[in-house]
Design a binder for this molecule. Structure first.
Ligand code: UTP
Length: 276
């Protein structure tokens, strides 16, 4: 069973400036909970309990969020507000949180390589907290669905969704052979292709399960699109020498790295989670 989940959270979040000038993008709240906590809860639901964060300068608030706040807890003791901290307190007590820094923003592949010491020589999940994912059925989030697939196939898996042709330039896009409903064996991948260069409309979103051999592959992967070390390029190498699966997950995904997606997610959470 996969126990480790890596959270690359070193990005600058420039699309949210000035909000992200002094605050990490991953701490932006959907109603009353920061984005990153939704991610950690999804990973915990999938049975994971070791959470590694690849952070950068100015991201200390994330480490503080997953730590006890003695003064605050002392202050609200007996006031009836303690229950507002109940969920995060339980998360902290039941899991391990560790942190390392990516010293330079050299791309997602490089961020994942920087997290190697946090997950060791084990298969691990990668969760991009700016993608909020909601499973079709309660209790069966996207990482849980992928974890179950991993137990069956024992190879790297990426989550995909169909996107309109004019959106392919925002994603890694795959080509694959269909194995069964919603599951493909990857034969090609292109990072942020123009619509005419996209091998399909199946785009990779921010959920991955990776086998640890990916680290050595990333090391040998030269910078690609935008001069960054792309995880997509490393995964293509892995796919060509072995097997990488693409899974069309059951559920919804909100791109909270964009203003529109963030507002949609806020409305969804307010209606379905907070009020519902
Ligand atoms: P994005 O492409 O969304 O970049 O990264 P960003 O900096 O977070 O946001 P914008 O585009 O400037 O608004 C996708 C994910 O990969 C992480 C980011 O933190 C984000 O979760 N990432 C990206 C890193 O950790 N390191 C990198 O070098 C690049």
């Amino acid at each position: 069973m996969i126990k480790n989940c890596l959270f690359p959270v070193a990005g600058y979040g420039t699309r949210f400036l000035p909000a992200t000038k002094a605050m990490p993008k991953e701490m932006l709240p959907l109603v009353n909970k920061p984005l990153v906590q939704y991610g950690v809860e999804e990973a915990q639901e999938a049975g994971m309990n070791n959470f590694g964060f690849v952070t950068g300068r100015g991201k200390r608030a994330i480490a503080d969020h997953f730590d006890i706040s003695y003064e605050l807890e002392h202050q609200i003791q007996g006031s009836g507000k303690e229950e507002l901290l109940g969920d995060i307190r339980t998360l902290i007590e039941n899991n391990t949180f560790s942190f390392t820094r990516q010293h330079q923003m050299k791309g997602l592949g490089h961020a994942i390589l920087s997290g190697r010491t946090l997950v060791g020589d084990n298969p691990f999940a990668v969760l991009l907290a700016d993608d909020l994912c909601v499973g079709e059925e309660p209790g069966n989030g996207v990482l849980k669905q992928m974890s179950e697939l991993y137990n069956q196939f024992r190879c790297s898996i990426v989550a995909i969704q169909e996107v309109p042709a004019d959106q392919t330039h925002k994603y890694g896009v795959i080509a694959g052979e269909s194995m069964k409903e919603g599951l493909y064996r990857i034969t090609d991948m292109v990072e942020k292709p123009a619509p005419e260069d996209a091998p399909s409309n199946l785009a990779i979103i921010g959920r991955y399960i990776l086998t640890p051999d990916i680290f050595d592959i990333i090391k040998d992967t030269p910078p690609g699109k935008n001069g960054e070390v792309q995880i997509t390029d490393a995964l293509l190498t892995q796919a060509k020498s072995g097997c990488v699966l693409a899974y069309k997950f059951k559920g919804n995904r909100f791109d909270c790295g964009s203003i529109d997606g963030f507002v949609e997610a806020t409305n969804y959470v307010y209606e379905n989670v907070y009020k519902g």
